[in-house]
Each structure stands twice: as C-alpha cells, then as structure tokens.
Design a protein around this ligand. Structure first.
Ligand code: PMP
Length: 386
C-alpha cells in the first residue's frame, strides 16, 4: 500500500514533469540521501559535541589489535549485529576503516601471499561492483591483480574471490562461484540489512565487510568495519591502515557509534525511542520498488529482476528483496547502449559494461531523495515505444 505522503510527492513529480521541466536526474552514484528524511525526523538524538581537547592522540585502545578502534564504536557494532541478527561477532576481531573501501584494500594486502612469484588473482562474479577492478589495479600492485569474472576464472592456484551479498548491482543473494580449495573469500555485506533483503541467518564468514554508508546512510562519515576470524589477518589489515592513514578519524567513529546506538535503540524499544529505523527505511524502499515496477510496466521498454520472497528473522515476515539499486534491462532491440539511451532522456545511470556485463543493462540508484526519485519514475513511465 502506498502512503499518502509518497503519493503526494509522486503527484508533485507529475506536475513538474507536466510543466516541461526537463532537468537532469543523476542516479549514477549510490548516494544514500534517501535516509536524510529519517534522520531529520529523529532531530537531535544523534547530535554529539566534541570538545577541542578530545581526539588529540592517535591511539584509541592500545590493548586491541586494531589500536585505533574506538571502544564505544566497537561496542555499538557488536550490539547492532546482535539486534539485527545479520552477523556473528563473538570471538572475532573488528577492524575499523575509512569506509569499507579502505578495508577492501586492507583485505587484499592482508590476504595476498607476500613472497609469491606473481600477483594473486582477484575475481568476482559478473555483474560485480564496478569499483572492484579499478581499486584492485590502481597501483599496479605486485601482490594482487584483477582477473575478472569469477564465472570464467580457470587459472590454477590461489585466488581471492569477492562475494557481494546482496549483490551490487543486481540485488541477488550470492555465494562463491569458483569453489576451489585454494580460494580465499572476502564477503562484502554492505547491503545485508533488513531494508534491502531478508535476514535469514547471522553471517559467519572469515572476513566480512560492512559500512555505515549503506546501513544508516551516513556515507559522508566514511566509516566501515571488517569482522575478521583470523588474528594474523586482522593484524595485517590493521598494519595496512596504519601505513595508509595512521588510523581512522576518531570524530567519525564517535559519531558512527552514536548513530548505531540510536538505530539499535529504535529497534529495541517502543515509540519513546523513535520509529524503528529498519521498518522506516524498509517501507520507503518498498514504496519505491512498487513505483518502479509500475513505471516499468507502463513504459513496456524495460525489465527489472524478479525476486522470490524469503522469511526475515528480524522483521518477522516474508518479503522480496528491494535492493539499493535497480538493474534495468533495455528490451528494445535497436537499443544496444542503454546508458546513452537514458542519457538522451536526461537520466544519468551506470552502464552494465562497468560491471563486467552487457551495455543493454544499466544500474540506477534507488537511494536518492524523494523528489529526484519520483521525477525519475515519472520520466521512465513516459518512455514508450514510438
Ligand atoms: N562495497 C559495495 C558493494 C558498495 O556498493 C559500496 C558503495 N557503493 C562500497 C563497498 C563502498 O562503501 P564505503 O562508502 O563504505 O567505502
């Protein structure tokens, strides 16, 4: 059921479209501004004050392997995973990073054999997150090298496979595909949260990456965390971050701790603690997916993935995945480059070719502000066969 406020803003988008206002709609990046509404609604609950005499030392907790990890942040990470039930944290190391982007690089550094004759291959099943190849190869490392689509990876010997679940760009739940015993897995679980997908079990992989960018929407805070089983791997990841940035902003960690705390509180108690963050964002995305499917149906020129419902142990109901991105296929035979086609309609998207896939596909962010999103679905629904 669509809420009255979403219908109002959808109607406003229609009026704007009728007024002939053809502004460019940029849905290329996964900028999570959709979440502003929730945090504005919660007012000062997440406000913190940091006096000038705080955060002077480089060190946060010298007794921890990750010596720049703020204990308060670590505590709230553990608590949130327990509340949501999406990852095991007991007897694991937590390594904080400047976004999960830094942790991904720390993981490559930590998992690569240091004395190998050639760089270890890094693979992921296409369509894969478009930043993996460029991040992996930007410094032309002697330790690791991008080797493309995991489906067609045939080389013998050790390799690192990146498993993104749910996946960016297509939203499907995934497992490793190479399945040879010399594989080292990195699980990027940026989207394993109940606004996007059913939580079916607490994830328990060797190395898991999470980020506030996609969980709470605070991408600008630049905070991510890794949950790591192996002590030596946690030590090496910490070493990489020490070499790279001598730690991670304490101010950001303290803000992130407060935001995670408010999210956990919102899940655990009744209305006095504010609206349940995941219910709110889940409902927002449900409305958006409903509007998208209606627009795709009206247009008749595109298809979007179909998902099967699954039981969510957190929200305690069955639902279908509602990913942070829509993976749209242009069905018109004459359109080979869907990104250019939509650019001609002043909608900026990211071509399937950046994800190791066909340019008939494009990725669209579902996490923009209401006004932009509604204008987009309105414009999409008006693309009809000539
Ligand atoms: N992994 C995946 C799968 C992502 O989609 C993103 C963000 N687009 C990241 C990692 C990077 O997140 P962060 O902002 O924490 O660096």
């Amino acid at each position: 059921q669509l809420s009255s406020s979403s219908l109002t803003s959808f109607a406003n988008a229609r009026i704007e479209a009728q007024n002939g206002e053809e502004r460019v709609i940029n849905l290329d990046h996964g900028d999570p501004t959709m979440y502003e509404k929730y945090w504005q609604q919660e007012g000062d609950k997440t406000t913190i004050v940091i006096p000038g005499w705080q955060s002077l030392s480089y060190f946060s907790d010298v007794s921890n392997i990750c010596w720049f990890l703020e204990p308060e942040f670590a505590k709230e990470v553990v608590r949130l995973h327990k509340v949501v039930g999406n990852a095991i944290t007991e007897n694991r190391h937590i390594v904080v990073g400047t976004g999960s982007t830094q942790l991904f690089q720390a993981a490559l550094y930590a998992l690569s054999p240091q004395d190998a004759l050639e760089p270890i291959s890094v693979v992921s099943a296409a369509p894969y997150y478009s930043s993996y190849p460029s991040i992996t190869d930007c410094l032309k490392s002697g330790l690791y090298k991008w080797a493309g689509d995991a489906h067609s990876f045939k080389k013998e010997g050790p390799y690192i496979e990146l498993v993104t679940s749910p996946n960016n760009p297509d939203g499907f739940v995934r497992q490793s595909v190479v399945n040879r015993n010399e594989g080292i897995l990195v699980h990027d679980l940026a989207y394993y949260w109940p606004q996007y997908t059913s939580i079916s079990f607490p994830a328990d992989h060797d190395l898991m990456l999470f980020t506030v960018s996609k969980s709470t929407g605070h991408a600008g805070m630049r905070i991510g965390w890794a949950i790591v089983k192996d002590t030596e791997v946690a030590k090496k990841m910490t070493k990489y971050i020490e070499l790279n940035t001598i730690g991670v902003s304490k101010d950001s960690q303290l803000r992130a701790a407060k935001v995670l705390k408010v999210v956990s509180n919102s899940c655990e108690s009744s209305s006095s603690e504010g609206e349940n963050f995941f219910e709110f964002s889940h409902n927002q995305l449900a409305t958006r997916w409903e509007l998208l499917r209606l627009a795709v149906q009206k247009s008749g020129q595109f298809t979007v993935p179909e998902f099967a419902p699954q039981f969510c142990t957190f929200l305690r109901r069955d639902f279908k995945p509602q990913p942070a991105f829509a993976w749209l296929k242009c069905e018109q035979e004459e359109v080979n480059d869907c990104e250019s086609f939509l650019r001609s309609k002043k909608i900026l998207t990211r071509s399937g070719k950046h994800f190791g896939f066909s340019p008939k596909y494009i990725r669209i962010s579902m996490l923009d502000r209401d006004q932009n999103y509604n204008l987009f679905v309105q414009r999409l629904s008006n693309i009809i066969s000539s």
